[in-house]
Design a protein around this ligand. Sequence first.
Ligand code: EPZ
Length: 454
Amino acid sequence: MLAKSAGSIKNAEMLAYLEICMEKYIINGGKPLYGNVSVSGAKNAALAIVSAAVLVDGTCVIENIPKIRDVAVHLNILRRLGASVKLINDKTVEINCSGIRTTNALFNDLTRKTRASYYFVGSLLGRFGAAHVSLSGGCNFGGVRPIDQHIKGFEQLGAKVDVRSGIFHAECPDGLIGSSVFFDISSVGATMNIMLAAVKAKGMTYLENAAKEPHIVDLANFLNTMGADIKGAGTDIIKIRGVSKLRSGFYSIIPDQIEAGTYMAAVSACGGEIIINDVITKHLDCISAKLAEMGVEVEDLGDAVRVRRTGELSRTNITILPYPGYPTDMNPQTAVLLCLANGTSVMTETVWPSRFKYMDELKRMGAIVQVDGSSAVIEGVKALSGAPVEACDLRAGSALVIAGMAATGVTEISGIEHIERGYENLIPKLRSLGADIVTVNVADNDEASLGASV
Ligand code: EPZ
């Protein structure tokens, strides 16, 4: 029965995925945005927290979980491992992993759909002392995304690690021993993965040069709610005292900093005035400050921000840095603003130096950009013009949506499966603000255009 239902899940999933690959967005640009929009739970916190449920011996109820494809993939990995996963409602899931009896997550069809699937290495290793997980995938920024810091951290805790034949193997039959791990680079993934492995290790673990993003703090808060002993998340040094058991509990995921930033960029590009609800304004400080420099009005309303742009956008320079610096996941969306600003701006990307692939698509819309290694020199133009473009990754896709909404004329965006991975209800939310966007099936559209040409 389980096999059949797993098979039917797989078929249904595959059909849904193939269908979305046959769709595209059609945007009629030039409309200002007005109204209210609410932000969903943070994707990059949810992916880690769902994976962390493996460590909990009992039931965890997780609220404010975003209804996005990547989270569905992680919930299906849990199901295939033998966990019970129940959707209480659209935003709440009940997970019980006490039934998991395997350390093999050899589900290449699922793990390669997200980058974060490698968190199942940390959580399975942390609970069982062993993990065998098919390699992850995720957004491609022009090269393999390294995992050397993950390997270094697991080995530091006493695990034997081997990556071969597309599988990430980590084993420590005698149990992990707490240790000091000094990361060579600020890595969100490695910080979270080693945290997952360390929460039940014997003794103290110190993560030094740790990443400080809001989702790191959220994962630590989730684990502490379940009985872990983690201090210092959000600072350079995270101290973890190993505990023997994590108990059942209830947790609500923080709002998505980047989703909020994407709507801030949208109204800054299109003009108008919107209120973005259910945010943690502290997480938006770097974005708000930079938008203010460009002439956008950002007002802190406590658990919301009011964003208004009426005049011209001013040029500026941006250096992308780990949190609390300007976030790399706002790089593409912000570049659209620089394309529309008066004057020449420079953006320097220090996290994913080869992240500027999307600029070729913006050039199709009239952007004037010179990419030189990890920097982009952007000369502002009066307006972008609608064109057929293709999304190459999640945030680049959202940037093309913003560019299409701000441009004159019609923009067609293909590759929207990238966008649907990480934004909950992006199109309905933008339409509620006045954007003129529809999703069409490519087959229908081809017939329609064929009809038009006959
Ligand atoms: C996470 O990716 C996010 N993904 C990314 O968001 C985000 O861009 C990135 O953090 C930076 O904030 C998820 O959380 C699922 P890193 P991750 O390890 O963990 C180097 C989105 O749009 N590095 O912090 O893969 C790496 O090459 C996605 O939501 C190593 O050298 O990023 C990069 O230069 C896109 N060795 C830097 O560290 C390692 O072992 C930061 O990477 C790991 C990373």
